[in-house]
Design a protein around this ligand. Structure first.
Ligand code: SF4
Length: 319
C-alpha cells in the first residue's frame, strides 16, 4: 500500500519517515527530556545507528490502557519509528503468535540475552493467596515477573497499576495487588512511569534516553524520571493565573468554567500531583484533562484511588 506520509527519496536509515520528520521527533524528545536543542542531532544519530535493544512487555492485572497509550503515538507512529529502533520481542496484546508458541520469544529472550533486554511491566501483580488471581498458562504473574525482571538490563513499570498496584490495590485490595517495586524487591534499574495510563511521550522519552546515552534518565527517590515528574501539574497549568487571582469555577458550566478559570474548588488535584501532563498533553499534544475543563484526578499519585477521592471535592488549600 502506498504511504503518502513519506517520499521514498528522503527515507532515512531504514525508517518509514523522512529525515525532516525524524528530526522533528528528535527535537520533541529533546524538549521533553529536557535537553538543549542541539541534542536532537545526537538523538537522531542514536536512533539510526545504535544497536536495537530487545524489549519484552508483560501485562498482568491491567486494563491495557498503557498499551493503548503506547500504540497511540502519532507523531511519528510507533511503527514509523520506535519499532525500528527497538526490538519488541514479546507483547501479548499486539504480537502475532498465540498459545504455546507465543511464550517462546519471551523466554528465548530472557535466557539467551540475559542482562541485555529491557522489561516493561503493565498492570499490578497480585500476591494474595500465592498469586493465584492472575496466572498465565498455570504460572502466576508473580513468578513470571520475578524470572523476567531479575535478569533484565532495566525494568520499566508502565502506568500506576505497575507502580503501586493502582485500582486493583484500592481498599480492600482483595487480590493483594502490588506494584513492581513491592512485588519484586531489590531491582536495581527500576524506572516508574505512573499515570492512568502512562503518557506515551514519557514511555518513548525514557526509551530514547536509553538509546541515546546508554543509561536510564535521572530519577527521584520513587524511581520516577525527573524530566516527567519533577514538577507538579499545578506548576505548569494553563489556568494557574486564574488560581493566583482567586478566579475559581464554583459549578460545572458556570461563567468561570466557560471562561477557563481554575478548577481547584471542583476537586482538581493538580497541586498534589507530580506529572508533566500540562506540558506533553495527550493525543499528539492536542489537549489534556484540565485543558478540556475537567480537574486533574491525580492519577500519577501513589494510591490516588484511596487518597485523592472524592474526585470532585477540594481536599486541601495547599498548592
Ligand atoms: Fe490548574 Fe488545577 Fe492548579 Fe487550578 S488547581 S491551576 S486547574 S492544576
Amino acid at each position: 500500500m502506498r504511504d503518502d506520509r513519506f517520499d521514498g527519496r528522503e527515507q532515512i536509515g531504514g525508517y518509514r519517515i523522512t529525515r525532516r520528520r525524524l528530526l522533528q521527533f528528535c527535537g520533541a524528545m529533546a524538549a521533553t527530556l529536557p535537553l538543549p536543542l542541539p541534542y536532537s542531532e545526537r538523538i537522531a544519530e542514536a536512533l539510526t545507528s545504535a544497536p536495537r535493544p530487545p524489549l519484552v512487555w508483560l501485562e498482568f492485572q491491567d486494563c491495557t490502557g498503557d498499551t493503548e497509550s503506547f500504540l497511540r503515538a502519532g507523531n511519528p507512529t510507533i511503527d514509523d519509528l520506535l519499532l525500528q529502533a527497538i526490538s519488541l520481542n514479546y507483547h501479548e496484546t499486539i504480537m502475532v503468535p498465540a498459545g504455546v508458541a507465543s511464550e517462546r520469544p519471551l523466554f528465548d529472550t530472557v535466557r539467551s540475552q540475559r542482562g541485555q533486554y529491557i522489561c516493561l511491566i503493565e498492570g499490578s501483580i497480585p500476591a494474595g493467596s500465592g498469586g493465584i488471581f492472575c496466572t498465565i498458562r498455570g504460572r502466576t504473574a508473580l513468578s513470571i515477573a520475578q524470572e523476567v525482571a531479575r535478569d533484565a538490563l532495566a525494568v520499566i513499570a508502565v502506568g500506576t497499576c505497575a507502580c503501586d498496584g493502582g485500582l486493583a490495590a484500592a481498599a480492600p485490595n482483595p487480590t493483594g495487588a502490588l506494584g513492581v517495586r513491592r512485588a519484586i524487591p531489590g531491582l536495581a534499574n527500576l524506572v516508574a512511569l505512573p499515570g492512568c495510563p502512562a503518557n506515551v511521550e514519557n514511555i518513548t522519552a525514557t526509551l530514547v534516553h536509553y538509546l541515546t546515552f546508554g543509561a536510564l534518565p535521572a530519577c527521584d527517590g520513587e524511581g520516577r524520571p525527573r524530566f516527567a515528574y519533577g514538577d507538579k501539574v499545578h506548576a505548569n497549568c494553563e489556568r494557574r493565573d486564574h488560581y493566583e487571582h482567586h478566579r475559581f469555577v464554583l459549578e460545572w458550566g458556570d461563567a468561570g468554567h466557560r471562561a477557563g478559570w481554575c478548577l481547584k474548588k471542583m476537586g482538581c488535584k493538580g497541586p498534589d500531583t507530580r506529572h508533566n501532563c500540562p506540558v506533553v498533553k495527550w493525543n499528539q499534544a492536542s489537549s489534556w484533562p484540565v485543558g478540556a475543563g475537567h480537574g486533574c484526578v491525580g492519577c500519577a499519585t501513589a494510591g490516588f484511588w484511596d487518597r485523592l477521592v472524592p474526585f470532585y471535592v477540594q481536599l486541601s488549600d495547599d498548592a
